[in-house]
Each structure stands twice: as C-alpha cells, then as structure tokens.
Design a protein around this ligand. Structure first.
Ligand code: PLP
Length: 276
C-alpha cells in the first residue's frame, strides 16, 4: 500500500518515523479520520478546516496549504484504489531531543496519511448497539482533535470489556460525548445534543446531522442533558465519521425505549446516506 509522508507518496515500508518524534513521546500532534465512499473523500473540506483549527489551538503551523493537502490525500486514495474506507492522517510537532517546551523554529512538523478499507457498519446500524456509561475524566480541551487519547482509549476498552460498542461519558450529571463519537437523544420528538463547547469534539457528522434536522424540520436543541435524561430517552444515537448515525438500543443493562432503533434515528440514517 502507498502512504503519504511529509508530502511524498511512498510504499508503506519506506515511510520511517523517528523515535524522538514528539507524537511518540508527548502525543504532541493532531489528527483526522476521513470517510471515503465510492472512491471519493466525504466532507474533505470540513475535515481539513477542523485540522487547521486544531493546529491553531495547539500553536502548530501546518506545513502545507489546504489545497496542497487536498490534492495529496486525493492522490493517495486514487493510488490505493480505495473505494470504501477511511483516510487516517496526523501532523506532529516534529522531531527534537525530548524536552516538554516547543522545539526551535527550524524543527518542521511531520505528517503522514494512509488509507484503510472499511465497510460501512450496516448490520450494527440496522439493529443498534450497546453503550456503557462512565465518568468523563479527560482534559478540558476536548474540542481539539489531539493525539492524546488515553482517556478515550480507556473509555472504549471499558465498553468493549462489557460487550458494548461505545462508551458514553458524563461529567458529573452532564452527558458529554462518546469515546469516539457525539451523542444525541430524542425525547418527545425533540432532539438534544451537547453544545459545541471545549468539553466535546465538534464532530463533522454531528454538524451534518444538525443540518439534516433543519432540512427535515426536526426540532434540535444544542443543550446539556443529564444521565437521567439519557436513560429516560425515547431514542439515543451516536454520530461519527466511521459509524455515521448509529442507534444505541441498550445503555449498561437497560434498553433504550423499546430497545430497537427509533423512528427519528432511522429517518436521519436514511437522509444521511443521500449525501454521498
Ligand atoms: N468525539 C470524539 C471524542 C471523537 O474522537 C470523534 C471522532 O472520532 C467524534 C466525536 C466524532 O467526530 P466526527 O463526526 O468528526 O468523526
């Protein structure tokens, strides 16, 4: 397979990363995961804009323009003849002797991208999946798509240990987001999701679903809700680039509503697939 490394497309074994890369030692970098449907990058512009935002927030200056990067990612997808899958891409603050403060200005950010075949999770989307609840113990800048993912890793593993697909996190009573997804609930026909604050990553799929709600004339409130609201909801779903609109039909040992994907969830799923 071909990969992109610092602007060059090479075969994977020829891409070398230094042991003193700051991502390796500090998680000092940012990333994106982009969906590819029918050989076309979905919402690539939105993903690159979010990467630019993350870079700005961690005071990293990206070593490429949006136009250059778009072209390189498209070339990679084409070179790997990827039809249905993802692009993973990350940018790190570069290679320097280990020291917490930023390296000198001559140290250049390093970036890679590679592709992976990944079918849409259609069976899960049709039947719904289980989520588990846990306290959100992550830092307070979850709006940055940072490579520091230990909190998210431990959360997802708790879900997996308990036979769940996703971990839904809460800070005290307030539900924030999944380990790698945003959370929506439906109560009496109204949708709720956590506002796009520093406590969640503002998902590209989240924003897409907000747009679809407007199009379908569904009422949606970007408003905090509690764990109790979640457990009492008629419908719950999560959104992410890889999981699209994924119904949550069980939380811990309790069914959500009647325990099957709800009507508004299904409606949004159907509308979502029209977009690609
Ligand atoms: N929240 C977190 C913590 C994530 O890691 C992700 C994506 O992986 C999301 C939300 C969903 O974002 P997106 O819809 O852009 O994939």
């Amino acid at each position: 397979a071909q990969v992109l490394i610092n602007g060059e497309i090479v075969t994977r074994i020829d891409a070398k990363v230094d042991i003193e890369d700051r991502a390796y030692q500090f998680g000092d970098g940012i990333y994106e995961v982009i969906r590819v449907y029918n050989g076309i990058c979905y919402q690539l512009e939105e993903h690159i804009q979010r990467l630019e935002r993350s870079a700005k927030e961690i005071r990293l200056s990206l070593p490429f323009s949006a136009e250059e990067f778009t072209q390189q990612l498209q070339e990679l997808v084409k070179g790997n003849q990827l039809q249905e899958g993802i692009i993973y891409t990350q940018v790190t603050r570069g290679v320097a002797p280990r020291y917490h403060g930023f390296p000198s200005d001559d140290v250049k950010p390093q970036f890679v991208a590679y592709t992976k075949d990944l079918p849409r999770p259609t069976a899960f989307m049709e039947h719904g999946v289980k989520a588990v609840l846990l306290e959100d113990v992550r830092w307070l800048r979850c709006d940055i798509k940072s490579l520091n993912l230990l909190g998210n890793v431990l959360a997802k593993q708790k879900a997996n240990d308990e036979g769940g697909f996703e971990a839904i996190q809460h800070r005290g009573d307030i539900v924030t987001e999944g380990s790698s997804s945003n959370v929506f609930l439906v109560q009496e026909g109204i949708l709720y999701t956590h506002p796009a604050s520093s406590l969640i990553l503002n998902g590209i799929t989240r924003v897409k679903v907000l747009e679809l709600c407007e199009k379908l004339e569904l009422i949606v409130k970007e408003q905090e809700f509690t764990v109790k609201d979640l457990l009492d909801a008629d419908e719950v779903f999560i959104t992410s680039t890889t999981s699209e609109v994924m119904p949550i039909t069980q939380i811990d040992d309790q069914p959500v509503g009647p325990g099957i994907p709800g009507p508004l969830t299904v409606k949004l799923q159907q509308e979502f697939v029209k977009g690609f």
